[in-house]
Design a protein. Structure first.
Length: 287
């Protein structure tokens, strides 16, 4: 059964750990992440970008697959299915499809419009028992065609959005999606502390969790970050393991070309990455 992310993130903020949001792209991804969360006894959030939703033929397919897997794999840890960087229309599609959590990314709108649309979606999501994340200050890098420069959010704008009743908030603190460039300046903890001060108990979200040094991750958690998004790191691990399998000619040995065998090393690499992140975020045995 899917749950909203509200309770798990409240507990995480109080307990000074973070729950990982791992983005899913297909069946292998989903299966690997669920199995690892269960093995580590950790709550988990499965993130789905609009591009990945489209790739998997639509949000209904995704929701049906995840719900069936939870049942078939006997998953007992809390699992939330969350729309990542959702558009206004995408949010409504996911509410309809049976997701348990949505993110409305209104960061590219003027603050007034972001407030207006977020306010409406908070009302709808809460009436359906879903949790909702909002974003202030765009996250750098590119995600599904949305490009941001890694700006730092205005703490007062964060308060304006937090006051609408969102369940958790993504505030730009110099973090970016994808690989971090060599000249990246690091996270702005001044911004994070100022946002935390204005938003109080509200769990904060760190996007672009791939490549941020462990000490900065831990410091961010100590300053109120309760959800950390990981996507690129799993993709890189999957690609490297798949490349190795093929370069070693294993796909030409016996039935090594069978997709179940061909994709197995990549799936194991995702598990190893998720395991490492759950340890780092401190959510093991918190289910």
């Amino acid at each position: 059964m899917l749950v909203s992310a509200t309770e798990m993130l409240k507990k995480a903020k109080e307990g000074h750990y973070a729950v990982g949001q791992f983005n899913i792209n297909n069946l292998e991804w989903t299966k690997a992440i669920l199995a690892t969360a269960q093995e580590m006894n950790s709550p988990v959030i499965l993130g789905v970008s609009e591009g990945a939703g489209k790739y998997m033929t639509g949000f209904k397919t995704v929701a049906a697959m995840v719900k069936a897997m939870i049942e078939e794999m006997n998953i007992t840890v809390p699992v939330a299915l969350h729309l990542d960087h959702g558009t206004y229309d995408g949010c409504y599609k996911c509410i309809k499809a049976g997701f348990s959590s949505i993110m409305f990314d209104g960061s590219h709108y003027a603050i007034e419009e972001n407030v207006e649309k977020t306010k409406e979606l908070v009302k709808v999501a809460h009436a359906m028992g879903l949790s909702i994340e909002a974003e202030v200050g765009s996250i750098g890098g590119e995600e599904d065609g949305v490009i941001g420069m890694g700006e730092c959010a205005d703490p007062n704008e964060c308060k304006a959005i937090a006051d609408l009743g969102v369940d958790f908030l993504a505030a730009g603190i110099g973090n970016i999606h994808g690989k971090y460039p060599a000249n990246w300046k690091g996270l702005s903890f001044e911004t994070l502390a100022a946002v935390q001060e204005k938003t109080g108990d509200l769990p904060l979200v760190l996007h672009g969790g791939t490549g941020i040094p462990a000490d900065q991750i831990k410091k961010a958690i100590s300053l109120g970050v309760a959800k950390i998004n990981v996507n690129t790191e799993c993709q890189l691990a999957f690609a490297a393991a798949t490349r190795k399998y093929i370069e070693e000619g294993k796909d030409e040995q016996g039935k090594g070309f069978d997709p179940r065998k061909l994709l197995a090393p990549g799936a194991e690499a995702i598990k190893a990455t998720v395991r490492e992140k759950i340890e780092l975020f401190g959510s093991a045995n918190k289910a």
